[in-house]
Design a protein around this ligand. Structure first.
Ligand SMILES: O=C(O)CCC(=O)C(=O)O
Ligand SMILES: [Mn+2]
Length: 195
């Protein structure tokens, strides 16, 4: 399926079929096998937690990124990530110097509510988020002062979610736990980290 779904006008839309099925599954297998997956710790106030998913951070040498009390130094690009990056850059007309990979082993792995509003990303970042493998629900939660309702959008295999404009200022986002979804999923969020 191809097409375009507006999630929030001027802030977020989904491109269906950005990668064709078989090309996407090829990348899924390659990344599952070749990426250096790790379970990172995040600090929330005085407590540390292991993230309920596996992650890996790749990018140009200078694209160092700090969040949740941890400094992430990128691993050098590997071929499948560089190939996908070129496609995403062509589609968006934007350069990306890094990508955060998340591996959700099944529906128990999840991502809590947050916004990608770290200072390194600048005030209105374009974040390009590619989904491979099992589908997962993605939720945009209005922040305080935003009177709009939450938005739900299913992120299916091969789709590219774009967040831009004031999306990170107006909304948090999450990938909630789901007992009924059992398929593994890999998500790639391309970012431009400013020096
Ligand atoms: O897995 C997803 O679709 C969301 C990932 C995300 O929000 C992030 O990496 O910051
Ligand atoms: Mn995010």
């Amino acid at each position: 399926m191809t097409g375009h779904i507006t999630v929030v006008p001027k802030e977020c839309h989904l491109v269906l079929g950005f990668l064709g099925d078989s090309r996407g599954f090829g990348f899924f297998e390659q990344l599952r096998n070749e990426a250096q997956w790790a379970r990172h710790e995040v600090r929330v106030f005085d407590n540390t937690y292991a993230t309920p998913r596996l992650t890996a951070w790749y990018g140009d040498a200078g694209a160092v990124y700090r969040y949740s009390g941890t400094t992430h130094v990128p691993l050098p690009w590997i071929a499948p990530l560089d190939a996908i990056r070129r496609n995403v850059e062509e589609h968006t007309g934007t350069a990306f110097n890094s990508v955060l990979l998340n591996y959700y082993r099944d529906g128990n792995d999840c991502m809590g509510r947050h916004s990608d509003d770290e200072r390194e990303l600048g005030p209105c970042p374009l974040i390009a988020s590619l989904s491979l493998g099992g589908r997962r629900m993605f939720v945009l939660h209005p922040k305080r002062g935003n009177s709009r309702e939450a938005r739900h959008v299913m992120l299916v295999h091969g789709s590219l979610l774009l967040m831009y404009g004031r999306c990170q200022q107006h909304w948090k986002h999450s990938v909630p736990r789901s007992r009924t979804l059992t398929q593994p999923r890999i998500n790639l969020t391309f970012r431009q980290v400013l020096g």
